[in-house]
Design a protein around this ligand. Structure first.
Ligand SMILES: [Zn+2]
Length: 260
């Protein structure tokens, strides 16, 4: 059995004026410096269900076709998939979203202050602009040369291609992200047929095995195109996960990424 809660972005009212939205965002950012999205969800879980041992929680940022976030409880794990529009959102906004999603998952009323805070963030000028541009066409892909300082993504791609795909996968656009993201180590953008790896991996601290694993994961997204259900993409199906575990050094690579 699995239950799934869907949370749609509330429509952004054009009448809400946020003249100082950016300043507030900057203040908030500094007050939550290091907490990972998983840690935020875990903390919120403990508030909502203090007597229940928390299940493993995974948080993914996905390039949804429209701007939605989802949560489900599956095989005893909480899996939250959040629109990548919120990837760089301040910690307290992710916290508000964690309250909203976890409340929905456990069929509880959403605390008003959190839904207000979340809506207010979406209504801020800069966020509104980002949502609009994503809706248009997910914007122009911003990615840098695949030849990084430490790894060349063309080489990594071809290595993985040879080893796991018989060299048969046509090379998509490849690039390092412009931003150094710790939350999203890689993603596949179907609208641009591009694999983008976080620049954080272009470093001597990132073992080659770990970089190859992220590349392999993104290549599996090409191999198993996302199913479109309720307008969402980025589905890690059981088949996808089984294929992912075929990666030689799977556990080792995952541990390396965790340690980054
Ligand atoms: Zn994925």
């Amino acid at each position: 059995m699995q239950s799934e809660a869907l949370f749609d972005f509330l429509p952004v009212s054009s009448s809400s004026e946020e003249t100082s939205g950016e300043n507030h965002a900057a203040e908030r950012r500094s007050s939550f410096p290091k907490e990972t999205p998983e840690a935020i969800f875990l903390r919120v879980f403990r508030v909502l269900r203090p007597r229940t041992p928390p299940p493993p929680i995974r948080v993914h940022f996905c390039d949804f076709a429209n701007a939605n976030s989802f949560i489900q409880l599956k095989h005893g794990e909480i899996d939250a998939r959040i629109t990548d529009i919120l990837e760089s959102a301040p910690g307290d906004i992710l916290e508000a979203l964690a309250f909203i999603l976890l409340s929905k998952l456990y069929r509880r009323p959403v605390p008003k202050d959190h839904s207000y805070r979340y809506r207010r963030h979406l209504a801020a000028k800069d966020v509104r602009a980002r949502i609009a541009s994503v809706r248009q066409s997910r914007g122009r892909k911003e990615l840098a040369d695949p030849a990084g300082a430490h790894y060349n993504l063309v080489e990594v791609f071809e290595e993985v291609n040879t080893r796991y795909f018989h060299g048969l996968m046509a090379r998509p656009q490849l690039g390092w992200s412009l931003r150094v993201s710790r939350q999203t180590l890689g993603h596949y953008d179907p609208s641009h047929h591009a694999i983008i790896l976080s620049r954080i991996l272009d470093s001597p601290n990132a073992p080659r095995l770990a970089v190859a694993f992220v590349m392999y994961h993104e290549m599996l997204h090409i191999r198993f195109p996302a199913e479109h259900r309720a307008g969402r993409r980025c589905v890690h199906t059981p088949l996808f996960k089984a294929e992912e575990r075929r990666f030689e050094g799977f556990a080792e690579a995952k541990a390396m990424l965790k340690a980054l």
